[in-house]
Design a protein around this ligand. Structure first.
Ligand SMILES: Cc1ncc(COP(=O)(O)O)c(C=O)c1O
Length: 389
């Protein structure tokens, strides 16, 4: 019998592919490309973390762990959150170790959404967010942020998007792709909206340790927010551990019970060796975090002043490892700018519109790369701007 239908579900057919990939695919076919496109640390995981993990493998620690993660790691996570923010989670019942924030996000959304429930998603944002809401059966309602507000969401912006179907707000600060950090006052505005409309706040704090000249506020630490917050974070960015695939999710007991159920059917347990590595990182990795943050900060200043002196106006990012300059001075759209820059000068950036329509007119440049690469990219971009500025 010949095929008369697509085997792929309607819902998956309707998902939009990530706008990031296209530029990486083009860049991969070219030589001598300086890439500021990648959203992961250029550092190798600190040596003591690798050594401790290799040792555990030689000791034969290769089996599944408890569904929620090893108790050693859950205790280390609870102690870490308590030490940084004074927030208490019970390691036995309120922490699940996940395959990165990626899994944590899917679990959290699946745990709280019924079909048609709306989630306010601030944009520009990480490319997976809206798709994750859709795949959990929800409806993403995009709420734009703007450079004039330092890409910080306000309570009023969120309130304007609320309907009777709104169930949750999804925020990510420090933010990918803008580098914005939410001030405590703005967080309190969000908290007030969550309280007023009885909403859950999903807070993706994966860049929490990478802040410069400002402090990061944990959303669950705000008055009245502990019961409403689903906190998601992990090892990938702060400890240069993207490939180990370890994150975690913490929330109230009721939500955690739902999350644990989903996680055990979906994943069973996060990678065992990754969990050993994460435990070592949390217990003994503070100096590594401080060293890497110091280096990112130096690069941040270099790239932001570099863009500004090229006429590519760049708002000061206080978090993560991204700069988000405007390309208005080139007279091009962000997509055209990235494509021409790649072909003409072999510098890879990501167009801001890949992160939502309010990202249009901006480009994301990751400074998780060497100073030498940043300088080379700026030199090439200077030539480009001399021709097109
Ligand atoms: C904002 C944000 N959330 C989540 C992730 C995924 O992180 P993980 O490696 O923990 O799955 C990323 C990765 O780029 C990110 O930028």
């Amino acid at each position: 019998m010949s095929r008369t239908r697509s085997y792929v579900s309607q819902s998956v057919q309707q998902l939009r592919p990530s706008g990031i990939r296209r530029y990486f695919d083009i860049a991969a076919t070219m030589e001598d490309v300086v890439s500021l496109g990648i959203g992961e640390p250029d550092f190798v995981t600190p040596r003591h973390i690798i050594d401790r993990t290799v040792e555990s493998l030689h000791l034969g620690q290769t089996a599944y762990t408890n569904n929620s993660g090893t108790i050693e790691l859950r205790r280390a996570i609870a102690a870490y959150i308590q030490r940084l923010y004074g927030v208490e989670y019970d390691p036995d019942s309120q922490i699940v170790v996940t395959v990165g924030v990626s899994e944590a996000m899917w679990l959290a959304l699946r745990a709280i959404l019924d079909p048609g429930d709306e989630v306010l998603v601030t944009e520009p944002c990480f490319v997976a967010n809206a798709a994750a809401v859709e795949m959990a059966g929800g409806v993403p309602v995009r709420v734009d942020t703007f450079v004039e507000d330092g890409f910080q969401i306000t309570g009023a912006m969120l309130e304007a998007a609320i309907t009777p179907r709104t169930k949750a707000i999804l925020i990510n600060y420090p933010n990918n792709p803008t580098g914005a950090v939410l001030s405590r006052e703005r967080m309190l505005e969000i908290a007030a909206v969550a309280q007023k409309y009885d909403l859950i706040v999903l807070s993706d704090e994966i860049y929490e340790r990478l802040v410069y000249d400002v402090t990061h506020t944990n959303f669950a630490s705000l008055p009245g927010m502990y019961e409403r917050t689903i906190l998601m974070s992990g090892m990938s960015k702060s400890f240069a551990m993207t490939g180990w695939r370890i994150g975690y999710v913490s929330a109230s007991h009721e939500i955690m019970e739902a999350i644990r159920k989903l996680h055990q059917y979906l994943i069973m347990s996060a990678p065992t060796m990754g969990q050993v590595a994460a435990t070592e990182a949390l217990n003994h990795g503070e100096k590594d975090v401080a060293d890497m943050r110091g280096e990112y900060d130096t690069r941040r200043k270099l790239i932001v002043s570099g863009f500004n002196s090229l006429g590519l106006e760049c708002f000061e990012p206080h978090g993560a490892f991204y700069a988000f300059p405007s390309v208005a001075a080139s007279g091009m759209t962000d997509e055209m700018f990235c494509e021409r820059l790649l072909y003409e000068e072999r510098v890879a950036l990501v167009p801001g519109s890949a992160f939502g329509k309010s990202g249009a007119g901006f480009v994301r440049a990751s400074y998780a790369t060497s100073r030498e690469n940043i300088e080379k990219a700026l030199e090439r971009m200077q030539r480009f701007m001399e021709r097109h500025g």
